[in-house]
Design a protein around this ligand. Structure first.
Ligand SMILES: COc1ccc([C@@H]2N[C@@H](C)[C@@H](O)[C@H]2O)cc1
Length: 458
């Protein structure tokens, strides 16, 4: 046990109601929207190879002439005339999202709210109005909780440094730290209904060296907003360790490392709360007019959602509106498909978590109380869903389709070598579905005193 002043201040999950509400969300929406949405991954007929929200960093011979100057003046033309926060919120509601994470400031430093600590904000664009407020109000109105994405790394600020290597760097970075604290307190004060902050841009050495400052700032924010939810990405400990401190204890309220990645087993989760944030194309968060590579189907995303909940996590799908404030057609149709599926099956998602059952090939278990939800992605040829119950004295008493409550048969298939009780849940052969479907299995304690059967001698 290494003694730490600025490591994790809590081990184990948070047990308060606010965090429990977060745990039950299941599905969330990420929105990346900012100045980078104007170029949309290219400029002057040239396309940028990286993620569209990083286009300010475009340089070298491939970049348009004077690109940095061009980019840093884009805010003067930012006027998203098609933006309608209520339409976005309605679409997210219909998709079944319970929370939204919205980019207040990305790495380029442009503020989507009228911050009083810099000129580089929405107030100085033709649009003028406070976009963060419009999003917060519209999503809250339809019952979706709002979390504010904030990039600590800020390329527009004179005081930002990737590392601190000289007294001049230290003085500059002190001014940057003051600016960052001011903006964060400003966000918490201006948008009191925001439930949490989603930090990014916290990997550089300069920030990793600020254990005491970041720890005190996190405490100050939590004091200002009791119940505030902050993930594992915000700060580093006394020795620069991030996400988990030097004693292996997670910092923050949930694991924020699952970006475009998913755990594969409950062991990967280490008992932490977590969410996965996922792009629809391979790696584009901000609007990119030409999606390259594989674009995930609604089916891919529904499987990731169910897998996340089956491992006690939330799944957050990213949307990247364009420079005029439109959500593109591909994202609109995905939101619709997922929403249609959620309307029928959300009972297997909301408030559910990992079931201590052996993973089966046909799909995933999620559980809430004594109800097991079997979401089937790979229907067995013999229509029998294998279920192994290792918990002694527990047996399934009822099985039925979630969609229409029609019963399905439960066959007792004896015991396997580990003495687990095996069951076949039998899907009627005539039942046809071109979408993943859910079967509910109700469990009850059984008093049977069956003896364990003789193990084979081998
Ligand atoms: C250096 O690798 C990355 C990858 C993604 C990011 C940002 N995190 C995502 C949530 C997006 O905001 C992406 O720009 C930053 C650095």
């Amino acid at each position: 046990q290494i003694s730490l002043k600025h490591g994790s201040h809590r081990s184990g999950k948070r047990t308060d109601a606010t965090m429990q509400r977060w745990r039950e969300y299941g599905l969330g929406q990420f929105i990346h929207w900012g100045i980078y949405s104007i170029p949309g991954g290219g400029w002057d007929g040239k396309t940028y190879g990286g993620a569209a929200e990083w286009i300010r960093s475009w340089s070298g011979k491939d970049a348009p002439n004077d690109w940095r100057k061009t980019y840093d003046n884009l805010y003067k033309q930012f006027n998203p005339v098609d933006f309608n926060a209520n339409k976005w919120a309605e679409q997210a509601k219909n998709m079944g999202a319970k929370y939204v994470i919205f980019t207040t400031k990305h790495h380029d430093g442009f503020c989507m709210w009228p911050s009083k600590y810099t000129e580089y904000t929405i107030a100085n664009t033709p649009y003028k109005k406070d976009i963060v407020k419009e999003v917060v109000d519209a999503y809250n109105k339809v019952g979706i909780d709002v979390y504010l994405y904030f990039s600590v790394m800020d390329w527009s600020h004179q005081g930002w440094r990737y590392d601190i290597k000289s007294p001049e760097d230290s003085i500059a970075f002190e001014s940057f730290k003051k600016f960052t604290r001011n903006q964060l307190l400003e966000l918490l004060t201006s948008y009191p209904s925001a439930k949490g902050l989603w930090f990014d841009g916290t990997w550089d050495k300069s920030w990793v060296k600020q254990a005491e400052f970041a720890d005190e700032l996190e405490t100050e924010m939590r004091t200002l907003r009791p119940g505030l939810i902050i993930g594992s990405r915000f700060r580093a400990d006394d020795f620069g360790k991030r996400h988990v401190d030097s004693n292996g204890v997670m910092m923050g309220d949930y694991e924020q490392g699952w970006e475009r990645n998913l755990p594969n087993s409950i062991e990967d989760v280490h008992g932490h709360d977590w969410d996965c944030v996922m792009t629809i194309p391979d790696n584009q968060w901000g609007y990119n007019s030409h999606w390259k590579g594989y674009v995930k189907t609604p089916y891919n995303l529904i499987e990731m959602l169910v897998k996340s909940v089956s491992l006690s996590g939330n799944f957050v799908i990213n949307f990247g509106p364009d420079g005029k404030g439109n959500i593109r057609q591909e994202e609109t149709s995905i939101a619709k498909e997922i929403g249609d599926w959620m309307k029928t099956n959300n009972e297997a998602i909301y408030g559910c978590s990992h079931a201590d059952m052996k993973k089966q090939d046909w799909g995933y278990f999620t559980q809430k109380g004594r109800k097991l939800y079997l979401t089937v992605f790979n229907r067995p040829i013999n229509n029998c869903l294998n279920v192994e119950i290792s918990e002694k004295g527990v047996k399934p008493t009822k099985a039925y389709f979630l969609a229409n409550k029609l019963p399905v048969a439960i066959q007792d298939a004896g015991k396997n070598k580990q003495n687990n009780n095996l069951y076949n849940i039998v899907i009627p052969a005539k039942y046809i579905s071109d979408k993943p479907f859910v079967i509910v299995l109700e469990l009850e304690e059984s008093q049977t005193n069956e003896k364990a059967y003789q193990q084979a001698r081998t």
